[in-house]
Design a protein around this ligand. Structure first.
Ligand code: DX5
Ligand code: ZN
Length: 229
C-alpha cells in the first residue's frame, strides 16, 4: 500500500539521502526519521540526463524495507518511462520526472498513477518551460529545481523565486510545491514566502553542524512556517 502525499504536513521537510553516509544508509534513515523528517527524498541519477550516477531500484527496495517514511523519488534519468514500474515495485510512493526528457508529460503522469504512485514533474533552470507548464495541472506535486540537478551542496539560485510565485498561482489547493537545491536556514524563508510547502534538504540535514539532524530539521521547519504566514 502506497503512502499518501496529501497527508503530509505543510511545511514538510524532506532530507535528501544523497548527502547521507551511504555506507550506513539504514542508520542514517533511522536518525533522520527520529529527528522529525516528514518524508525522504531519493535522488536517482543515470550519468546521462545529469553527469553523476547514484542509485537504482535495488537500493530503493532496501530503503523501503528499513523505513515507513514516504519515499519521494527524483528521477534524474533520460528514459523515466522505462523505469517507473521498477521504482514503483521497489516501494517508491512518489515519482518525479524531468520535462527535459519527456515530450508527453500528462501521459507519463497517467502511467505513474496507474502504478499506484503520485506523480511529480520538474525542470532544470534552463529546461523547456512550456512543456513543463503543460504538465503542471496533472501532477500531485511540482518540483522546482533551485540548482542544476546532478550534485548536492550547490548554491541556491535566487532567480527561481519568481518561478515559484508563477507556479504557485497555477496550483489547486491540494497540489504541493517542492523545492530542491541549496535549501538551508537562510534560503528556506524566501522559498516559503514565495509559496513552497515541501523542502528538500541534503547538506543542511545530513551535514548539519555537530551531526544534529533534529536541530537542523526543526530550524528549517520553524523558519518555513514563519515565512509562510
Ligand atoms: C541534486 C539533487 C538534490 C540534492 C540537494 O541534483 O536533486 O536533491 O540532494 O542537495 P542540497 O540540499 O545539498 O543542495
Ligand atoms: Zn533531488
Amino acid at each position: 500500500m502506497k503512502r499518501s502525499l496529501t497527508q503530509l504536513p505543510r511545511p514538510a521537510i524532506a532530507p535528501s539521502l544523497l548527502a547521507s553516509d551511504f555506507a550506513h544508509l539504514a542508520d542514517e534513515i533511522a536518525r533522520a526519521r527520529e529527528a522529525g523528517a516528514d518524508l525522504l527524498h531519493v535522488d536517482v541519477m543515470d550519468g546521462h540526463l545529469v553527469p553523476n550516477i547514484t542509485i537504482g531500484p535495488v537500493v530503493v527496495e532496501k530503503v523501503r524495507a528499513c523505513t515507513d517514511l514516504f519515499l519521494d523519488v527524483h528521477l534524474m534519468i533520460e528514459e523515466p518511462a522505462r523505469y517507473i514500474k521498477a521504482f514503483a515495485d521497489a516501494g517508491a510512493d512518489h515519482l518525479t520526472f524531468h520535462s527535459e526528457v519527456v515530450v508527453d508529460g500528462p501521459a507519463l503522469v497517467g502511467r505513474i498513477h496507474d502504478l499506484g504512485c503520485t506523480a511529480g514533474v520538474t525542470i532544470n533552470p534552463d529546461g523547456p518551460w512550456e512543456r513543463f507548464i503543460a504538465t503542471v495541472p496533472h501532477v500531485d506535486m511540482v518540483l522546482l529545481m533551485s540548482i542544476y540537478a546532478g550534485f548536492g551542496g550547490q548554491k541556491f539560485m535566487p532567480e527561481v523565486l519568481p518561478r515559484i510565485r508563477q507556479i504557485k498561482a497555477m496550483l489547486r489547493p491540494e497540489q504541493r510545491l517542492e523545492i530542491d537545491g541549496g535549501i538551508n536556514p537562510e534560503t528556506v524563508a524566501p522559498a516559503a514566502e514565495a509559496g513552497i510547502d515541501t523542502f528538500v534538504a541534503g547538506t543542511a540535514v545530513f551535514r548539519a553542524p555537530g551531526g544534529d539532524y533534529r536541530r537542523a530539521i526543526d530550524d528549517l521547519r520553524r523558519r518555513a512556517a514563519e515565512a509562510a504566514r
